[in-house]
Design a protein around this ligand. Structure first.
Ligand SMILES: Cc1cc2nc3c(=O)[nH]c(=O)nc-3n(C[C@H](O)[C@H](O)[C@H](O)COP(=O)(O)OP(=O)(O)OC[C@H]3O[C@@H](n4cnc5c(N)ncnc54)[C@H](O)[C@@H]3O)c2cc1C
Length: 409
């Protein structure tokens, strides 16, 4: 349970210019940008784990998204497009391996053909290069993939966001920032001229605080006294990995055409930067925010969403897909059938175990899944409340935006 900060009367504490909570890619990119904007400022980054990037940032598909899916004018559309370029540039500057392998979105039914047409128009509005691919061309490009047609997005890439995190952490340190690992923040109190931050046994004071706590972001917002209308619901993204001899089964990333009412992209075949190919992720409600093994349960995490009316409303609204996801999570042949829609040669033996990821998905009190990035601000704090995919791709421009709001630049 998170507690309020306790500071002994008269105790002396150093005042930092900035404190950032969370050492995922959003927190690290923000710390880096704040120090680039204000050279010489003092900055403290607090991360509860013993390494940065161990949660969403270290458990994702590693895709540098181009930004085709998002409604024109949304933060996701703008920050993903900018983020794809910024991520590639950051990798090039820091010697991090990335590959622009392109992505095919494959339609396998009448409904998907209809949705594919809508997606094509949206991509053009988002100014992203995209091409229609006929059934015959699809077969030529990807002999193991079947579909009624496809869209090709040449600029989509792959990378290890864990490697990006390491490079960002090095840069933060080089710019004079202090990174404290194994520091779980248990108290936040905003005063007129500063914010007091506490963990078990230590406390700090900062003029401005940025909270980038991913799966714990709603808890930290409540701890800091914010009145929020949403809660984080953990959505597991379960993967399989193909055997090494099948690593060449596809040349591009292969995605289905997604259901536009959901913020998830459907089970895809992803070429990873280490040469392996993953299958997934699905999107199934998790019983623990940070429990990665299948059937991990944490009662406090379940109680949090079970007591939130928005959770039940969203389950009711999406009950069909929720049941299908749950069934396919528990029953491998069901999962396989999702991938065989576009890659019929896959067999059950091809689905090898691979660690799951868990998405921090904000849900509103009325049951709406919040699709766009969401931020909440007070005089001295900025909380990142919803930063699901493509926030890894978008982290650098998200950081530019946050730093701009904090420093007034
Ligand atoms: C299965 C899956 C696949 C995805 N695929 C992609 C993809 O291909 N491309 C893409 O762009 N995005 C993808 N995403 C989304 C992307 O990974 C996330 O949007 C991004 O990593 C969010 O970064 P973050 O820094 O906000 O959160 P996180 O990486 O979760 O970091 C939050 C950090 O805060 C720390 N923290 C929390 N509470 C406290 C506390 N009390 N005190 C101190 N520290 C605390 C945590 O330990 C954690 O390190 C995917 C996500 C998942 C789960």
């Amino acid at each position: 349970m998170l507690e309020k900060p306790i500071r002994a009367a008269g105790a002396k504490v150093m005042i930092y210019d900035y404190c950032v909570i969370g050492g995922g890619i959003v927190g690290l990119a923000t710390a880096m940008r704040l120090l680039e904007d204000r050279p010489g400022a003092s900055l403290l980054l607090l991360e509860k784990e013993d390494k940065p990037g161990l949660h969403q940032t270290g458990h994702n598909s590693g895709v540098i998204h181009a930004g085709i899916y998002y409604p024109p004018g949304s933060l996701k559309a703008e920050l993903c497009r900018k983020g794809a370029e910024a991520t590639k540039a950051f990798c090039a500057e820091n010697g991090i391996r990335f590959k622009v392998c392109g992505k095919l979105l494959v339609a396998t039914s009448d409904l998907e053909v209809e949705r594919m047409d809508a997606l094509f128009e949206r991509s053009k509005k988002n100014a992203i290069e995209i091409h229609r691919v006929s059934q015959g061309e699809l077969k030529e490009r990807e002999p193991n993939i079947r579909g009624r047609g496809a869209l090709f997005v040449p600029s989509t890439g792959i990378v290890s966001y864990g490697e990006i995190c390491k490079a960002m952490a090095r840069r933060v340190s080089a710019l004079g920032g202090e990174i404290r690992l194994s520091m779980r923040v248990t108290g936040i109190r905003e005063t007129i001229d500063a914010v007091d931050i506490a963990s078990a046994g230590e406390s700090w004071r900062a003029r401005r605080l940025v909270v980038c706590a991913g799966l714990q972001s709603d808890r930290l917002a409540i701890l800091a006294g914010l009145s929020i209308e949403h809660r984080i619901v953990p959505f597991r993204g379960e993967y399989y990995r193909l055997p090494a001899e099948k690593n060449e089964i596809v040349r591009h990333l292969i995605y289905p055409i997604p259901d536009p009412t959901l913020p998830f992209l459907g089970v895809h075949l992803t070429r990873m930067i280490d040469g392996s190919v993953t299958v997934g992720p699905n999107a199934v409600i998790g019983f623990a925010r940070e429990g990665y093994p299948r059937l991990s349960v944490k009662l406090a995490d379940m109680a949090d969403y079970a007591l939130f009316p928005g959770f039940w409303k969203t389950v009711l609204a999406h009950r069909r897909s929720a049941m299908t996801e749950l069934r396919n999570s528990l029953w491998k042949p069901g999962y396989l059938s999702e991938c065989r829609k576009y890659c019929p040669s896959l067999t059950l033996d091809d689905l090898l175990p691979h660690e799951a990821g868990i998405r921090a998905q904000a849900v509103r009190r009325d049951g709406a899944l919040i699709h766009d990035f969401l931020f909440a601000e007070t005089d001295r704090m900025l909380h990142v409340c919803n930063a699901p995919s493509p926030a890894a791709t978008s982290a650098i421009p998200i950081a530019v935006m946050i730093a701009g709001r904090i420093t007034g630049k």
